[in-house]
Write a protein that binds this ligand. Structure first.
Ligand code: APR
Length: 166
């Protein structure tokens, strides 16, 4: 089921948290910076072995000092006005992260609002893509081991948008 959670994703005791990373997977600001700070230096060491990540794809590492067991790194699309396939790429991030969580046997996965910070994706459009992509995944995977998907809000506007959609 889908749950709306407000707060810092690095504090959540779930099987996997999703990181809104960049192509290098070598850290950055925003939630990427927060996750690397909380996980500790071993996270970057493992990320270096992954040799980057394409937009829309997802790669898994351990969670190290985080309460979460895994970090699923994904690279969201940079908003370019909406006519460069951003919606499909964002939906792909959610699908690929859930696929990777499934492979690891996760029962709970927490997502930040991918692409809605530095990458400039309009929050209302991104929230709609997130909710529809997660629902579509479970329609296609009725026997999924994932029991709980948390959509983590770091601001009130994102929370309001998710609440309207759910
Ligand atoms: N917990 C939960 N959500 C958070 C946290 C946190 N600790 N910190 C930030 N957020 C939220 C932001 O408020 C935003 O809603 O995560 C969402 C995504 O914002 P960004 O972190 O800026 O990610 P994104 O827009 O996908 O841009 C990715 O930013 O940090 C760099 O390396 C990263 O280059 C990449 C780019």
């Amino acid at each position: 089921m889908i749950q709306i959670v407000t707060g810092d994703i690095t504090k959540l005791c779930v099987d996997a948290i999703v990181n809104a990373a960049n192509h290098s997977l070598l850290g950055g600001g925003g939630v990427d910076g927060a996750i690397h700070r909380a996980a500790g230096p071993e996270l970057l060491t493992e990320c270096r072995t992954l040799h980057g990540c394409d937009t829309g794809d997802a790669k898994v590492t351990a969670g190290y000092r985080l309460p979460a067991k895994y970090v699923i790194h994904t690279v969201g699309p940079v908003w370019g006005g909406g006519s460069c396939g951003e919606e499909d790429k964002l939906a792909c991030c959610y699908r690929r992260c859930l696929e990777e969580a499934e492979k690891k046997g996760c029962q709970s996965v927490a997502f930040p609002a991918i692409s809605t910070g530095v990458y400039g994706y309009p929050k209302d459009k991104a929230a709609a893509v997130a909710v529809s992509a997660v629902k579509k995944y479970f329609r296609n995977e009725p026997h999924s081991c994932i029991e709980k998907v948390m959509l983590v809000c770091f601001d009130e506007r994102t929370r309001d948008l998710y609440e309207e959609l759910l």
